[in-house]
Every structure is written in C-alpha cells, then in structure tokens.
Design a protein around this ligand. Structure first.
Ligand code: IVH
Length: 712
C-alpha cells in the first residue's frame, strides 16, 4: 500500500481542529433539530461527532462544559411553543458502529457489573418525547429540546392515535414521565408524499423529518391529519404517591410490561438476551428485517436489564453508560451528481441516469442511479454539480432522492433531455401522446438498441446464454460480426474471430489445473476460451422452451408471464404468428394490449426474418405438450412467495402453468392459494389478511399432484 493511503492523524493543531469540529457539530445539530433541512447525511454527522470525541479523549484539556460532546440536542431559538423543563433530564445515547464496538461496550459494563442480561430493541428513527401523566391523566407532552428544557407540544401529542390519555391498571403512579419515540409509519409517509406530489407540493425528505414537522404544527388539526404513532421505551421522573409501586419496576424489561399494562404502545421486538453470541444474532437479524417494520429504524438500542446495575453504572453528562445505540450502516448518504447521461434501452426507451462521485451506501459502492425520465429529473429538481441525497434501502436499487439545496454554490447547471438519439442520431419521440418516456424509433438499426437486445437474449430470464452480455454483444455489433440479432444462431468460429474481444493477443497462460489436464496454451490469433464457450452456449440455447424464445424477441409488453401464457395456449411460434388479435387477447393473462403488440410485431418484415433465421438455425419453435402432466390446477390462481427448497422462481411458475393454473405475482381476493416458502414477506401477511389459504411446500406438491381434492 502506498504511503498516502495510510490513515494517520493529520498534522494539525488539535486546538484549532477542536474549535472547527465544535463549530461544525453545533451547526449541523441546529439544522437537524431545527426547522432548517440538514445539509449533511446522518453518517457524515456521526463521523464528525466521533472525530470530536476521539480528539477530546486524547486532549481532555479541550473539553468545555458546553462542548457538544457534553450536551444533548441543540439550543433552539424562539419557536412559538412554551418552554418546559423536564423533571428528569432526557439523555442521548452513545453509538457503536460495529459488532466489535458492541462487544467492547459489553466487556466494559460486564466487568463493572458482573451482569450481562441485556435488553435489545429497535432504534426507531423518529423524535423523542416526554409525556407527563399526573394521577394517570396525560397533562403534558414535551419534546426533548436540549435535554433539560423542551417545547410544549401537548395539543399536538393528544392527536396521536394509540396514545392513552389516561393510564390503565392497578399501579398508576401519582406522577410519571413516560419517554418514547414519535414516528410516522413508512406507509403513511409514502401516502402523504404521493398526495403532496399530486397537489404539486414539495414532498418531505423522510419519515423522521415529516414526524418532526407534524409535531411542531401550530395547528393541532393539521397534526391530527398525520397518522403519527408512538413507542414508549423509558421512564423519567416517577412518584408513586399513595399507590403500591408496581412489582416489575426493577428491570428494563419489567418497565416494558408496566408500560404495556398502562396501555402504552411498546416495541414487540424487545428481547432480553445474555452474552455476545445471541446479541450479535439479534443485531444481524434485525438489520435483515429493518425494512419489514412499520417504522424506519436506524439501528438497535442495547440496555442493561437490571435497573440496580443501571444505577451503579450511572451516566455521563449526556448519555447513560448502561445503554448504547448500535447503528446500522447508513442507507442515505450524500454525494456529488457529476453528470446526467442517457441510456438507450432495448425497446428504444431513453433513460436519463445520474453519474455520481462513487460512494458507499448500505455496503455497496454506487456510481450510477437511474433518473427514469425527464419528468423525474424535473420533479426531483436536481442540477448537475448538486450535492444529492442517495438512498439504497435493502435490496432496492439505489435512488437519487433529491438535491441538498442548502449546499448549492451557484456553479450547478440545469440538464436538458437530448432531442436526438445519442447512439444513432434519430429524433426522439413519444411513442404515443402523453407517454412519459421518449424513445428512439429506429429499432431496426440503432446500435444501442441492437446491442441491448442481443445482450438481453443472453440474460437469465431469456435464453440464458453464458458469456453473451453487454460487452460481448457490443463487440460483435461494433466489429460488424452481427448486424442485428437475426444472425445470432448462425455464428461460427470464423465469424466470432472477427471480433477483437474474442481473439487472443498473446500466448495464453494456463492455470495449474489446465496444465495438469495436459492442455496446450492457445496462441495469438486463436479464439479465446470465452469465444468457444459462447458458441457452445448458443448451441445449448437452441433447445430452450418456446416461451423463452418468445421472451428473447423483445416484443413490447411480452415478458415471461405473457410468453408462458402464449406458449401454453398456442404451443408453436407459427400458431402465435397466425393467431388473430381476438384469439391472442382471449388467452388468460394476455389481453388486448399484449395482443395488439404481438400482432404489430409480426407485421414487420425484419422481425419475421429474425424468427425465420432462428428457426432455420435450429432454435426450438414449438413445445410438445406433455400429455403426461394432468391439468390439476385448471381455473386456479396461485401465488408463490419466499424461497422453496425443491423449486426455483421459474420452475414454480412452470409447474403451475403446465397444470393449467395461473401463476400470479400479487395476492388479491381472486387468489386461490398462496404458497409460502422461507423468508416470505408481505405477500404471506396479505394472504392471511384476505383469508386466502396458504400452503407449505409439501402441501403445494400435493396440490400439483392431485388438485384441491388432494388437500382435503
Ligand atoms: S432509550 C436513556 N430506546 O435515540 C436512554 N432511545 O440517539 C434514552 N431512540 O434520544 C433513550 N429508539 O430519541 C431509547 N428504543 C429506543 C430508542 C431510542 C430511538 C432515540 C431517542 C434517543 C436517541 C439517541
């Protein structure tokens, strides 16, 4: 590794760096807690705070009582809400950014306390609130503020559904401060933003900001329209008065039981765990499920269960020593939008995409993100040169959320959609009036479209030809080996040799295994091993079933589902080609749009030529109906979700369709059965909600075998 890559502390004056960090942390805290939008991501903020802490650990003389490491939250200016002093201070939490940091916290507290029973629970990404109940009646709701004093938002808090206005049960104290997190459920957030967009208003950045904005509405009736929710997770001041103290109050988990008995909503995911193994399992599992929750979470909170141990461990000025927040890797980061370019896809659709300074988000490095179409670019309001918020949630593809407008310098510039195809120069047009997308109409000879169509033929969902990807397709089109996809299955060794990519430039070096197998190295000018593999794979692909051949033709709207339906109904390419629009539309799962698309595709001469040349080259153009398979699922609609042991995603569908059933992808009241595999998500829940019967894999196999009777 070169010297410049090593991370070592920069040679700066610690006092100057300290001052600089304090100023930055204070500024960003004020933005985060105030009404201004934050200009840096949570992860960048965490890094600044961490550097400040580390610096102070090495230079304790720099710590001031009002240093941001010593206080909670941010001081606020006059907000129009009355200031209220908390009876007991509201603390923040220290952070751990890795399992190793969690482990060292456990060792730290374990040594002192000799007790490691730890409550683990989700860290909800909302805002904290303190609710005062006097003689069981809700009297006040106050935001955290600087931890000592917050804002009185009682009228707004009262609009939160599910928040008890009176406490239930036998052990109701004379006075209690209940602490918890107010949040906006993810679904409600999305609905609210959809509505705002429909009304032409700016959407909110994320659920947390929305919840904060909603709770600070001057008019509680506006707050009441936002379906805020609350999870309680701590107690502040507590005076029992004449009441018998609740017997469970001695542990953190007991507090949750008490809160639940009072009627407060508590987390259903809190667990008491012992030892690093189960705790790590919990954290890993929670991260996997972070997007299945009703609210956003940005980590987990770990708390010592025994409250007498909590008391022994005590707190620093801003955070308890007996608790720690484990933060997941960030899913939202900031980066620079360096350029907006367009991609011409296999159907001619021209899609703008952002090119960004590469950045790590949710564990992967991201450089490109689609911007869908020119209207989306406008709607998001991004300019070239902007700092943008990039979000990658779970398995979802990375998305540019929008610009950080406050970070603009004036050097940013607006982007406009090209009017002509960047690949072939043809004027772009809407396919039909009102389309959001622009397309290049030159599907016959636009190189970008031809390359994409050929690469698509190689993809897993189509003919699954190893080696045939974007690079191989481009090499063959650019070298003139292929004019379009019609000649793909006629290719021989002498043809592919004309593409530079497929010939060796130097004598090949063999692996040990190849040498041991007695192979001789290929010489300059010979075909590469990849080229030989491509030819073999193309030969194999000719035997793929009819529906895959149909998919490979890139007929608009004709994806795997429609192709399967057409192949099952007509059994040959000739029959599909000969069918009338009405006959096509009558097929279950096809309909008029697809029927029209198929008819007009076959009306084009060069399209027909593709099919004819493929057929002449030996590509399978008819399926033999397997009469041995009984049509046990005739008239039934089945949805499969989660992973099964003996079926792939494709083979499940195939099994359903060949037995006369319909393989649907979403659950509705028309669904007859939902097959539920491992790690099934919302579809299984939906089935339950709608009362659709669910089947495990064994039951599904019985259904395939003998139809519904076999399940009785
Ligand atoms: S306990 C004395 N538990 O995270 C400990 N806090 O970064 C008080 N938060 O200010 C906090 N979920 O707003 C606790 N399950 C949870 C939490 C949680 C979210 C918030 C809370 C706190 C912040 C600290």
């Amino acid at each position: 590794m070169s010297e410049t890559n090593e991370s070592r502390p920069a040679q700066v004056d610690p006092r100057a760096r300290h001052q600089d960090l304090v100023q930055q942390v204070e500024e960003h805290r004020a933005r985060y807690y105030g009404d201004d939008a934050p200009t840096i991501s949570d992860a960048e903020y965490d890094a600044l705070e961490r550097e400040l802490k580390d610096l102070e650990a090495g230079h304790p003389e720099l710590i001031e009582p009002d240093s941001p490491t010593q206080v909670v939250g941010a001081a606020r200016g006059d907000t129009g809400f009355a200031s209220v002093r908390h009876r007991e201070r509201m603390m923040s939490l220290d952070n751990a950014f890795s399992l190793a940091e969690v482990e060292s916290w456990l060792t730290r507290i374990g040594k002192e306390a000799g007790d490691r029973r730890i409550v683990c629970e989700p860290k909800i990404d909302g805002l904290s609130i303190s609710l005062t109940y006097v003689d069981g009646e809700l009297t006040q709701g106050v935001t955290r503020g600087d931890g000592t004093t917050g804002e009185d938002v009682t009228a707004n808090v009262r609009t939160i559904a599910g928040l008890p206005h009176s406490l239930a049960g036998d052990h109701v104290p004379a006075l209690v401060e209940v602490r918890g997190e107010v949040y906006l459920p993810v679904e409600a957030f999305q609905q609210l933003n959809d509505r705002l967009r429909d009304e032409g208003k700016d959407p909110y950045a994320n659920p947390r900001n929305t919840a904060a904005g909603s709770l600070r509405q001057k008019d509680p009736q506006v707050t009441a329209t936002r379906p805020l929710a609350l999870t309680a997770y701590a107690l502040g001041a507590l005076e029992w008065g004449g009441t018998e103290p609740h017997p469970s109050i001695g542990s953190q988990s007991g507090i949750y039981d008490v809160l639940a008995q009072w009627g407060m909503p508590v987390s259903e995911f809190a667990r008491v765990l012992d030892g690093i193994g189960p705790i790590e399992d919990y954290l890993v599992d929670l991260e996997k499920r972070r997007h299945d929750m009703v609210h956003e979470i940005d980590g987990a909170v770990l708390k010592v269960d025994d409250r007498s141990v909590q008391a022994e461990l005590g707190s620093t000025s801003r955070a308890p020593r007996w608790a720690i927040a484990y933060k997941f890797p960030p899913e939202e980061v900031h980066t620079t939008l360096e350029d907006i370019r367009v991609d011409v896809g296999r159907t001619g659709r021209v899609t703008p995409y952002g090119v960004m300074t590469p950045v790590t988000v949710a564990g992967s490095t991201v450089t490109y993100a689609t911007l869908h179409n020119q209207h989306e670019v406008k709607r998001k309001g991004v300019l070239i040169g902007d700092t943008v918020v990039l979000r990658k949630a779970g398995d979802v593809i990375p998305e540019i959320v929008g610009p950080v407008a406050a970070a603009r310098t004036g050097k940013e510039r607006e982007w406009s959609m090209p009017t002509h195809c960047p690949s072939c120069g043809t004027a772009l047009a809407e396919q039909k009036e009102g389309d959001k997308d622009l397309r290049c109409p030159n599907s016959q000879s636009c190189p970008a479209q031809i390359i994409d169509r050929i690469a698509f033929i190689g993809s897993r969902g189509a003919l699954d030809v190893e080696v045939l990807g974007e690079k191989a397709a481009a090499a063959m089109v650019e070298s003139g080996v292929l004019v379009n996809e019609a000649g793909l299955f006629d290719l021989g060794a002498q043809d592919v040799a004309l593409a530079d990519l497929f010939t060796l430039k130097a004598t090949e070096s063999l692996t040990k295994a190849q040498r041991d197998a007695g192979e001789t190295p290929r010489q300059p000018g010979d075909l590469t091993r990849n080229a030989s593999k491509l030819l073999e794979e193309l030969e194999k692909a000719k035997k793929q079933p009819l529906w895959r051949v149909l998919v490979s033709l890139s007929i608009r709207h004709v994806g795997p589902t429609a192709s399967r339906a057409l192949a099952t109904a007509f059994e040959s390419m000739d029959a599909i080609r000969a069918a009338s629009e009405e006959e096509l539309a009558a097929v279950e799962g096809v309909g008029p749009v697809i029927a029209e698309s198929v008819r007009s595709w076959f009306a084009v001469d060069w399209h027909v030529e593709i099919v004819e040349r493929w057929a002449a080259a030996g590509v399978r153009m008819a399926d033999e109906r397997d009469e041995a398979v009984e049509r046990t699922l005739e008239g039934l609609t089945v949805v499969a979700t989660g992973s099964l042991e003996r079926f792939t995603r494709d083979s499940v569908k195939e099994a359903i369709i060949t037995r006369g059933g319909k393989a649907a992808s979403s659950v509705s009241k028309n669904t007859d059965y939902v097959v539920v595999g491992a790690n099934a998500g919302s579809k299984a829940a939906k089935a339950e909600q709608l009362g659709v019967p669910t089947l495990d894999e064994a039951q599904f196999e019985r259904l395939l075998e003998g139809g519904p009777q076999a399940l009785a």
